[in-house]
Design a binder for this molecule. Structure first.
Ligand SMILES: *[C@@H]1O[C@H](CO)[C@@H](O)[C@H](O)[C@H]1NC(C)=O
Ligand SMILES: *[C@@H]1O[C@H](CO)[C@@H](O)[C@H](O)[C@H]1NC(C)=O
Ligand SMILES: *[C@@H]1O[C@H](CO)[C@@H](O)[C@H](O)[C@H]1NC(C)=O
Ligand SMILES: *[C@@H]1O[C@H](CO)[C@@H](O)[C@H](O)[C@H]1NC(C)=O
Ligand SMILES: *[C@@H]1O[C@H](CO)[C@@H](O)[C@H](O)[C@H]1NC(C)=O
Ligand SMILES: *[C@@H]1O[C@H](CO)[C@@H](O)[C@H](O)[C@H]1NC(C)=O
Ligand SMILES: *[C@@H]1O[C@H](CO)[C@@H](O)[C@H](O)[C@H]1NC(C)=O
Ligand SMILES: *[C@@H]1O[C@H](CO)[C@@H](O)[C@H](O)[C@H]1NC(C)=O
Length: 483
């Protein structure tokens, strides 16, 4: 009896050891499902299904995060733009050709590696292993050093120590680090950090694939000329930064001599690249690096109808007559959603977009003068001989949201992306911008006063009604009681 229990105990213990030891690996017949996680051998990183904070309900992702950090911090996501909705029937598994794939509930592949496994003797005998560096590596079970695919070659928004951001000199492929589309949405967003496509030894921040908005400056061997704070090494933390340039590839990599340092570089949704390290004592991420420092340098950094002003206390504000589309995001420093109108335009209420001259609805929209504004790039020049003609041209087109006149007449249509304020007088491409608003939003406008009068009158009316009703009620009560 006793020996039976002992045997069972030993068996269970062995089983546990087996499970624990297997838990860093996905292999044939050992998929990863909801509720399970891979954990790296030193228990630094974990991998499994998760839902990002602030994400859409019913959108599940397969990702890697810090195992020992309570604050949810994904560092890599497999199915960035193909979330699965049925995690309980989805699984991460090895395919017959030896690749790693995420299967959704219908058995369709939501994401997979695309490794060339034709050179492997037994393709269905590959394994995917999560390492303590946060790297997920696919290799033959028999030879872990024959890397077929690794997540470090497919950086998401986070560049971990030991990872590379590289340029392949054979294929010309440049590996960028892409921001999330929004907090809660890991789909590749608009901003990327990558090596300079021209081949210069520097990083560039690129918006929308083409527009470079910040450069580190060339690497001198010790630091970047435009970002001297990123240096080859720095004493106490044992931080090292290295540039490698050979016939195959060029890349930067960085690391820490002290392997307990928990650090990550992130291409943030704000368009800034940020360096964070984990402070155990406060249980929080500490921001130690952010570029570009000037919010106005990030294209669309304050979103639609957001206003940036370098040196201002708040990074972004909404233009007058607008409020944040998502106050929660705005409050947490994520401005990319931009702003929405407080009061709808009269003109735009007509879905046809054209001005209904019969009812003169367009006359109820007005223009707010904003001084010291940089003219956004996407203005359209129209022929207009005076500021009055320019205003009429904008007024007459319901899709026109602003105009400016500096001997040329500029019209802007649709959303105005990130207005920049606080530009001094006399600068070319800057001046007074006239923003279309519902008349009620224009300070001092008659309709505003009229609206206030109406509100006051309404409030007075309600007060009178309440008083009158109370008197009536009281008198009827009185008559009842004293009958
Ligand atoms: C950290 O470094 C120490 C000493 O070099 C080593 O024993 C340990 O395994 C390392 N830990 C991790 C998680 O890499
Ligand atoms: C895949 O690898 C094999 C040998 O390992 C090679 O002959 C073949 O060209 C490779 N295929 C591709 C598409 O790279
Ligand atoms: C290939 O590997 C799989 C999984 O380990 C195994 O079931 C199968 O028998 C192997 N096939 C050959 C031909 O070795
Ligand atoms: C394992 O893979 C590495 C890298 O591809 C190779 O150099 C080595 O010879 C392989 N070892 C065996 C035993 O096949
Ligand atoms: C940076 O390096 C590239 C190539 O090495 C060179 O062509 C370019 O002039 C350098 N830029 C500056 C500003 O020194
Ligand atoms: C990105 O670029 C494309 C084509 O150049 C353009 O159509 C699109 O509007 C741009 N998107 C943003 C968000 O700038
Ligand atoms: C909207 O425009 C159409 C065509 O211009 C016009 O027939 C219609 O009366 C307008 N509606 C309003 C509410 O102004
Ligand atoms: C008017 O603005 C445009 C566009 O920003 C600029 O190129 C031009 O120099 C400005 N003209 C004057 C007279 O300031």
């Amino acid at each position: 009896m006793e020996s039976g229990a002992l045997l069972l105990g030993v068996f269970l213990a062995l089983l546990c050891v087996g499970v624990v030891r297997a838990a860093d690996t996905v292999a044939v017949g050992r998929p990863l499902t909801l509720g399970q996680t891979l954990v790296s051998p030193g228990r630094k990183f974990a991998m499994g299904f998760f839902q990002p904070d602030g994400g859409a309900a019913g959108s599940w992702y397969m990702g890697i995060w810090y195992h020992n950090i309570a604050v949810q911090t994904p560092v890599w996501v497999a199915n960035r733009d193909t979330p699965v909705s049925d995690p309980s029937s989805s699984r991460l598994a090895i395919t017959p050709d030896g690749n790693l794939a995420l299967f959704d509930g219908t058995g369709s592949i939501a994401w997979s590696t695309s490794a060339n496994t034709s050179g492997i003797a037994n393709a269905s005998d590959t394994v995917a292993v999560l390492l303590d560096t946060g790297n997920l590596v696919l290799s033959p079970a028999s030879n872990a050093s024959a890397v077929l695919w690794q997540s470090f070659d497919h950086v998401g928004d986070t560049w971990l120590p030991g990872g590379k951001l590289r340029r392949d000199k054979h294929t010309g492929e440049i590996q960028g680090m892409f921001s999330w589309r929004a907090r809660g949405d890991p789909a590749p967003g608009m901003y990327a950090l990558q090596l300079d496509p021209s081949g210069a030894p520097q990083y560039v921040l690129v918006a929308n694939g083409t527009r470079e908005y910040w450069l580190t400056g060339n690497w001198t061997g010790k630091f970047f000329t435009g970002a001297p704070e990123v240096a080859a090494s720095s004493g106490s933390s044992g931080y090292s930064f290295e540039f490698v340039d050979n016939d195959e590839e060029s890349y930067f990599t960085y690391n820490f001599a002290v392997n307990t340092t928990v650090y990550r570089f992130v291409m943030d949704v704000s368009g800034q690249v940020k360096g964070w390290y984990w402070v155990e004592a406060t249980q929080a991420w500490n921001l130690v690096y952010a570029e570009p420092k000037a919010r106005c340098a990030v294209p669309r950094g304050c979103g639609a109808f957001g206003v940036c002003s370098d040196g201002a206390a708040t990074a972004c504000d909404c233009a007058r007559g607008f409020r944040p589309r998502s106050p929660a995001n705005w409050g947490s420093g994520d401005y990319i959603d931009g702003c929405v109108r407080d009061a709808q335009l009269q003109c735009a209420k007509n879905s046809s977009g054209s001005v209904d001259t019969a009812t003169k609805k367009e006359s109820q929209d007005k223009f707010l003068r904003m001084d010291g504004m940089r003219f956004p790039d996407d203005g359209r020049v129209v022929g207009a001989a005076s500021t009055g003609d320019c205003q009429s041209a904008c007024h007459g087109d319901c899709t026109c949201s602003a105009y400016a006149y500096n001997t040329s007449c500029f019209l802007w249509h649709g959303d105005l992306q990130t207005l920049q304020a606080g530009i001094g007088d006399g600068q070319a491409g800057a001046g007074s911008l006239y923003l279309r608003l519902a008349a009620s939003e224009i300070p001092g406008a008659r309709s505003q006063k009229w609206r206030n009068i109406k509100i006051a009158a309404g409030a007075f009316g309600i007060a009178c009604f309440v008083v009158a009703a109370s008197i009536l009620l009281l008198s009827s009560l009185e008559t009842k009681i004293f009958k």
